[in-house]
Ligand binder design. Structure first.
Ligand code: SAH
Length: 254
């Protein structure tokens, strides 16, 4: 059996209890060495076979899984953050389906949640935006035309850009082309929740210079949107004293 496990954003204690347990029981662990904290491998049992997928092709990963299955071994495939976000798990699951190998998925804390925690922000502030858009700049992987930065930026939601720290200047250009104000607030979080985490908030105008000043060009998220001010929002109705909910009666004289 193959267990796809979300490793969380970096800090070793941000993996789920289930994920930690699966690592401890695994005979074979294939981890995404470029982004998964190697300290998570300390949870592995003595003698577990460990492979870094950064050095492997899809075919090689599947071959390791197939051989493990033939020997009756349990495999953990450890992905950074949550495996459903840019995790390339579908292609692995499809190959496992072809081979008749069973698998399951254990979610993880995505880095976009780690970044919000690092910044102590709420992405979805009432009165400002109720949506978070997760996207990326186009790289070797194409982004559908309808999802261009320009189109997404016109919505006004909080945007979180993965896999884009290598071209922050290009991102700024696209956001300006989309009509975003140069004063729009942006944040960069590098290695959220790791010991060497770095973070800052600045205007769109200053974004590329600030990133290069901090030496950031990879392993970072770029967050864009008015919610970053964390001001000018409306309080939630859920906790409003004059509001009835399924669990609480409204107070008569709030
Ligand atoms: N599945 C992962 C994302 C994998 S794509 C998740 O849920 O977080 C890899 C990209 O994720 C990196 O290029 C970077 O943009 C982002 N990333 C992953 N871990 C990060 C971290 N700790 N801090 C900031 N960005 C991170």
């Amino acid at each position: 059996m193959v267990h796809f496990v979300g490793a969380g954003p970096g800090a070793v204690d941000l993996i789920t209890i289930r994920g930690q347990k699966l690592i401890a029981e695994a005979d074979v662990i294939i981890y995404a060495g470029s982004l998964v904290n190697p300290k998570l491998l300390d949870y592995a049992k003595e003698g577990a076979q460990i492979y870094d997928s950064a050095k492997l092709t899809l075919e090689e990963v599947i071959a390791i899984m197939k051989e493990a299955e033939e020997q009756g071994f349990d495999v953990v495939r450890l992905h950074t953050g949550d495996p459903s976000i840019y995790g390339a798990i579908r292609e692995q699951m499809d190959e496992l389906d072809k081979l008749g190998i069973a698998y399951d998925v254990t979610p993880g804390v995505s880095s976009f949640c780690g970044a919000a925690a690092a910044l102590e922000i709420e992405y979805t502030l009432p009165g400002i935006t109720q949506s978070v858009i997760i996207s990326r700049m186009e790289g070797r992987t194409k982004v559908p035309e309808k999802e261009s930065v320009e189109n997404l930026a016109s919505i006004g939601a909080t945007m979180v850009f993965f896999l884009s720290a290598g071209d922050i200047k290009g991102l700024k250009e696209k956001l300006l082309n989309a009509g975003r104000d140069p004063k729009t607030l942006c944040a960069v979080v590098y290695k959220a929740t790791w010991d060497d985490e770095k973070k800052f908030i600045c205007t769109l105008d200053d974004l590329p210079d600030m990133a290069s000043e901090h030496g950031i060009n990879k392993t970072a998220l770029i967050i864009v949107g008015d919610a970053l001010s964390q001001a000018g929002y409306e309080k939630s109705r859920l906790y409003a004293a004059d509001f009835d909910t399924e669990f609480r009666k409204a107070k008569e004289n709030p």
